[in-house]
Design a protein around this ligand. Structure first.
Ligand SMILES: Cc1cc2nc3c(=O)[nH]c(=O)nc-3n(C[C@H](O)[C@H](O)[C@H](O)COP(=O)(O)O)c2cc1C
Length: 191
């Protein structure tokens, strides 16, 4: 089976079994410019035939890191189904049009914050941002907000996906799919 299809089945089973607030949360790891791995939670937006879509500010720390190296990892831990998924892949920016669509789907508060905030930059007085927020909120008066140029998305095309399912015997099931010459090769790993 194609591992993206495998992922979709597990993800659906997890969504059906979980009551957590953000069931699509996962850990995105990038290669830090100082050599340290850098990890943070993000929300998986969509799964396409090409890969896993995430969105956010393109000029923040993660954006800069992906600009320098597009080799990234996504990691999921699903307590309700006792499963872990580890994905490694290459991130590529989605088109402007696709980014516009994802931006339009965001709630208004998030859109305003994405426009007025330079994510990750230091600020001396946070009230400055509150003023900017209120100003844009009232001047736009509920009207359409354009996606800022530094907001977009990435499609992470997987090269390796490991599915692990816990087993009460501790002989956990680990299946690793690796892309070799454009074909998925499946290996069973020891727990
Ligand atoms: C559950 C959860 C979901 C999040 N989803 C996103 C997201 O989809 N996109 C995003 O840019 N940041 C998201 N964040 C915030 C990131 O963890 C992070 O603070 C932000 O992207 C800045 O990271 P950076 O400085 O490495 O660029 C989320 C945080 C949490 C805890």
């Amino acid at each position: 089976m194609n591992p993206i299809e495998h992922f979709k089945i597990w993800f659906l089973e997890q969504i059906e079994n979980t009551g957590v607030k953000i069931p699509n949360a996962c850990c995105l790891s990038t290669i830090g410019l100082d050599g340290f791995p850098n990890a943070r939670f993000i929300s998986l937006k969509e799964i396409t035939n090409d890969g896993f879509i995430i969105t956010g500010t393109l000029t923040s720390r993660k954006g800069n890191e992906i600009w320098h190296s597009n080799n990234v990892a996504l990691t999921f831990w699903w307590a309700e189904t006792d499963r872990q998924v580890r994905i490694q892949g290459e991130a590529a920016m989605v088109s402007e049009e696709v980014a516009d669509n994802y931006f339009a789907e965001r709630n208004r508060e998030s859109q305003i914050v994405s426009i007025i905030s330079q994510q990750g930059d230091e600020i001396s007085v946070i009230e400055e941002l509150v003023e900017k927020y209120n100003a844009l909120d009232s001047e736009s008066n509920g009207k359409y907000l354009k996606r800022p140029d530094n907001w977009g998305g990435y499609c992470i095309s997987p090269v390796r996906i490991e599915f692990m399912e816990f087993n009460s015997s501790r002989l956990h099931d680990r299946k690793l799919y690796e892309l070799v010459n454009n074909e998925w090769v499946l290996k069973q790993l020891q727990p």
